[in-house]
Design a protein around this ligand. Structure first.
Ligand code: AMP
Ligand code: MG
Length: 421
């Protein structure tokens, strides 16, 4: 934690004269976030996408018994070594879920299937491809090594071993892993509650007719989609008009009912004046000029107890600022460590226009070229209102602040959407 007072970190209450870098914005946001404290126990399935509040230790050895990795015959390796020519006597079967009850004696074999428990007395499995069976006698290939094709008790995990760390967001594989340990309930953090609304007199919601000059609100739908994928409880507060009273009321309801409040629109210079004032009355909010494109203006801070993000209005700006600045914050607030983004180098298939100064997140389509090398083309026009560019894209093309135009054939950094959405 930095020791800089919150007010200064938030950049005061007016529009910052100096622009800040994306990294600085991330760091300032991160510095004021508090991890969650409320823990609940939920049934295993309900833990999917939730964040573990405590480390999980294995209550069992996995596997719980020595068992066969192959279909074949369980024997004593010593017998193979001592009487290599002699057949073994097949004295029983060990199928998955149906162990052999007795103890193997010298010269005996048990027919065993994959997953079957190794019978007492046996130590080796000879695979069936190396066996010749006649009635209750079986001749086995003597080349088998002691212990071959036996999965040892506890070889995956020993009882008490750490399985998953606190802060882990539970994946489908984790669910299976935890189920294999017999864990029916898990300690997870309480779900975050996120309130969001759009601002703008020009906005109408789907299902309503449009009057001259009006447009449909799309930001609430991209936000809904992006938030749904983060496993949070949502409070969709609709469209709020650019009116002091309506906004004041919406902000108060949102702050009282949510851990995080996200708005779009109304934070650009000039337009922001009365929002600035409303927010100043209600919390500690900084108005930032972030060196990011699209998405330069951003309001961030606390609205009462809630963490507040005032995103720009343009639809692509909303998505870019969400993924680059809001998502890491949500991860932190959910109790997990923000994951470093997967970045790859790809060859640009066309010239890319870029002015130096801001970090740009252009929209690209990443493919693997004929030689297997990743290649990226832009989705077309990169205007911050062209939402189709996000819909068509499968990656961001991340162009650093200092970069100018990029010539076709150059290497650029891309961030695949896979894992992000
Ligand atoms: P603003 O930041 O409010 O000045 O908005 C910037 C641009 O984004 C304007 O063209 C708005 O009409 C547009 N815009 C703002 N909010 C939305 C929204 N919820 N859905 C679609 N477009 C929006
Ligand atoms: Mg507006």
């Amino acid at each position: 934690m930095s020791s800089i007072p919150t007010e200064i970190m938030l950049g005061g209450c007016g529009h910052d004269a100096a622009a800040m870098s994306v990294d600085e914005a991330r760091a300032r946001i991160d510095a004021v976030l508090r991890p969650p404290t409320l823990v609940q126990r939920v049934p295993l399935r309900d833990a999917l996408d939730r964040v573990l509040a405590e480390p999980i230790l294995s209550p069992l050895d996995v596997p719980a018994h020595d068992n066969s990795a192959m279909d074949g015959y369980a024997v004593r390796a010593a017998d193979l070594e001592q009487v290599p020519e002699a057949p073994f006597k097949v004295v029983g079967e060990a199928f998955a879920g149906h162990p052999f009850a007795g103890t193997l004696q010298a010269g005996e074999a048990v027919r065993i299937m994959t997953g079957g428990v190794i019978p007492a007395g046996a130590d080796t499995v000879v695979m069936q491809e190396r066996a010749r069976r006649e009635g209750d006698r079986v001749w086995l290939d003597v080349a088998a090594r002691r212990g071959e094709h036996v999965r040892r008790r506890g070889e995956d995990l020993a009882a008490g071993d750490a399985v998953l760390d606190a802060g882990r967001r539970i994946t489908p594989a984790d669910l299976g892993l935890l189920a294999s340990l017999g864990l029916a309930e898990l300690p997870v953090y309480r779900r975050l509650r996120v309130a969001f609304f759009s601002t703008g007199d020009e906005l109408r919601s789907v299902g309503e007719p449009l009057a001259e000059g009006e447009i449909y609100d799309s930001n609430r739908y991209t936000l809904y989609g992006m938030l749904r994928h983060r496993d949070v409880d949502l409070l969709d507060m609709g469209v709020v008009r650019d009116e002091r009273e309506a906004l004041a009321q919406a902000l108060d309801v949102a702050a009282a009912n949510a851990d995080v409040v996200i708005t779009s629109g109304g934070v650009s210079v000039g337009e922001a004046d009365f929002i600035t004032e409303l927010l100043r009355e209600r919390g500690r909010i900084g108005f930032w000029t972030v060196n990011i494109k699209p998405g330069r203006p951003l309001a961030f801070g606390h609205l009462g107890k809630a963490v507040f993000f005032g995103l720009p209005g343009n639809p692509v700006s909303v998505m870019v600022t969400f993924y680059q600045l809001v998502l890491p914050a949500l991860q932190r607030l959910q109790g997990s460590e923000p994951q470093p983004r997967l970045q790859l180098r790809a060859r640009a298939l066309s010239d890319i226009r870029k002015k130096s100064g801001r970090r740009e997140f252009q929209r690209g389509v990443l493919t693997s070229g004929i030689d297997g090398v990743p290649e990226v083309r832009l989705t077309g026009s990169q205007g911050s209102g062209i939402l189709r560019s996000m819909s068509t894209a499968n990656c961001f093309v991340v162009l650093p602040e200092e970069s100018g135009d990029v010539a076709a054939g150059s290497w650029v950094t891309v961030e695949p959407f896979a894992g992000l959405f």
